[in-house]
Each structure stands twice: as C-alpha cells, then as structure tokens.
Ligand binder design. Sequence first.
Ligand code: ZN
Length: 49
Amino acid sequence: MLSFFSGRHRQRDDLFDRSFRSCTDCGADVYVLAEDCKDCGTALELRAG
Ligand SMILES: [Zn+2]
C-alpha cells in the first residue's frame, strides 16, 4: 500500500519536473511553455524535446 502511493507520488513529481526548466540567467524554475522567466524576465528559447 505504501509503495503504491509513493510510486504514484514519484511519477507525478517526475512529470512535474519535466514541465519546468532552469532560467539561464537567474536559475529560477520556468514553465517549459513560458517564453520568459517570471522572476527576472529573461527571454528563453523554446526547445523542442
Ligand atoms: Zn530568470
């Protein structure tokens, strides 16, 4: 039961991590589909894959 829940939780965290990337300027987590950093405003390239 416990492993079942922790497994689901880890999978969800992986998906969450993949939805963000680090800002090249300040290192903040930026949503992959965002065009610029919400913290410092640096424009980020959209990278496929
Ligand atoms: Zn930034």
